[in-house]
Design a protein around this ligand. Structure first.
Ligand code: ATP
Ligand code: MG
Length: 473
């Protein structure tokens, strides 16, 4: 395995080695950068570890460059960082860590490069390359990290129970690397994750969710989600997703396992889009199913209204997982709410007004909704999938035609909520919403033309039903 560096990187590394030697320090490239370079993965995060003070080294290195990069540093952690040639370069002094059972905060003291490698999470993350002039470029691999890179396995440098008990987030990291790299977690490490799963409770939700999002952003998120499930970690922070799993059988009839169906939908979505939030919509699209599940004599298993329940669960789940409470969350909730709509249009005799209503409701998110909906077509029966996908193409065609003629996606009805309040002298209230929706529906259904005069006349009729009269101004 070879490392290929750019000329900029090589110049930076020789400079760091030379400056460190002048300061009588030893320094090494370490961690993710070494791992990713050996794997030929693109990487911009350079981690440097040195014996002694990393902050002084960072300042001394930065000072040698013509355009002196700005050094930011954290005295308490002994870390310093600057950006150069598009690289994010971080310096830290080599550390020795010891944890005691009753405290999560490690005792940290200066250490050797070996001490520092020993406190790393996995053998593939503990590889170091010397930047010292006397042995520049030589690899320091005390735990067989290179072999593990070649065998594509994830292993801890210490006994896994020690590694995971010191920092339980490493259990999430193991599964995240397995997902990103397509590596296998060795059995005794995986067993240790199952054994130590409850320890995840002491880790902050932000750190857990960071790892979860890295799993979701990987090419095949199902790898990690499945490992989280079977190790028991998922239950620790996301029990609603675990509730999707399992098959119940009544009168010989079972339903599909919604957990594994959801994983398939996420992978299908991931194959078509890098949008993390669209992948979250895939994760949550059926989250309302357990709460709405019923066995009905005439229909078998039903999940009526699961899309509405799922839409309502979305903000709560985002809050619980410390995901953003902003337009991203609203986008996910909207897609969950609408996820059945495009497929319902594959039936025969669908009117243009049904098409118009979907164009209006989905608006700018229509393409994403179509990706989600197409990804949701999963079945073991290949013929069935093929037939559905063909019908789905027809719906796409018709949506395109209706949009081209009616321009619904960015359309606003000719009378707004504010107009209604002004016309009837109303404060914001339920009636305003009801009247506004009535006008919109009448136009989308083609009952009245899309103009102000027709909408106004219709509004007066509807308002009369509520004994509302226009106020003169
Ligand atoms: P990525 O940058 O893709 O997230 P990475 O391996 O570089 O992956 P970082 O979080 O950037 O991960 O950490 C850099 C290095 O620091 C890791 O390679 C590892 O050696 C070490 N490290 C990070 N987090 C931990 C941890 N929780 N426990 C032990 N070592 C860690
Ligand atoms: Mg990194």
């Amino acid at each position: 395995m070879d490392i290929v560096c750019t000329p900029d990187e090589l110049q930076l590394f020789t400079t760091i080695g030379r400056v460190a030697a002048e300061l009588q320090l030893q320094c090494y490239l370490i961690g993710g950068f070494v791992r990713d370079k050996l794997l030929g993965r693109p990487t911009k995060d350079v981690d440097i570890v040195c014996t002694g003070d990393g902050i002084s080294l960072a300042h001394a290195v930065a000072a040698t460059f013509h355009h002196k990069p700005q050094v930011s540093f954290f005295k308490t952690f002994g870390t310093a960082q600057f950006c150069l040639h598009g690289l994010d370069v971080e310096f830290v002094g080599a550390r020795k860590e010891s944890y005691s059972a009753d405290s999560r905060k490690p005792e940290v003291e200066p250490g050797t490069i070996q001490d520092d490698q020993l406190r790393r999470d996995f053998t593939i993350n503990a590889l170091a390359i010397s930047l010292n002039p006397n042995d520049f470029g030589s690899l320091i691999d005390p735990f067989g990290g290179i072999d593990d890179l070649q065998s594509q396995i994830i292993r801890t440098p210490l006994g896994p129970d020690i590694t995971f008990s010191d920092d339980p987030l490493r259990m999430m990291r193991a599964i995240r690397f397995a997902t990103q790299l397509g590596f296998a977690i060795v059995p005794d490490v995986f067993e240790a994750i199952s054994r130590n799963k409850h320890r995840l409770k002491i880790v902050s939700q932000e750190r857990i969710t960071d790892e979860l999002n890295k799993i979701m952003a990987a090419p095949k998120p199902s790898i990690g989600l499945h490992l989280l499930f079977i190790s028991g970690l998922l239950q620790e922070f996301f029990p609603q997703m675990v509730d999707l799993s399992g098959v119940e059988i009544v009168e010989g009839k079972g339903h599909k396992d919604n957990f594994y169906h959801t994983l398939q939908v996420i992978d299908n979505t991931a194959a078509k889009s890098d949008n993390l939030w669209l992948r979250w919509a895939a994760l949550l699209h059926d989250i309302g199913k357990p709460a709405t599940k019923k066995f009905e004599e005439d229909h078998g298993w039903t999940f009526h209204g699961h899309e509405v329940v799922g839409e309502r669960m979305t903000p709560r789940i985002f809050k619980q997982l410390k995901l953003p409470q902003n337009e991203k969350m609203k986008y996910v909730a909207k897609l969950v709410a609408l996820h059945l709509r495009p497929i319902s249009l594959t039936k025969e005799d669908i009117t243009d007004s049904a098409m118009r209503r979907l164009l209006f409701d989905a608006g700018e998110d229509l393409e994403d909704l179509m990706i989600l909906c197409e990804s949701d077509i999963t079945s073991k029966n290949k013929m069935k999938v093929k037939r559905y996908l063909e019908n789905f193409e027809l719906v796409k065609e018709r949506l395109k035609e209706v949009e081209e003629s009616d321009r619904i996606r960015n359309w606003q009805p000719p009378i707004s909520g504010e107009d209604i309040m002004r016309i009837f002298g109303l404060a914001p209230s339920r009636n305003v919403g009801v009247l506004k929706t009535a006008i919109r529906e009448a136009i989308l259904d083609g009952h009245i033309p899309n103009n102000y005069a027709a909408a106004y006349e219709y509004l007066l009729q509807k308002a009369a039903e509520f004994q509302l009269m226009p106020v003169s101004d």
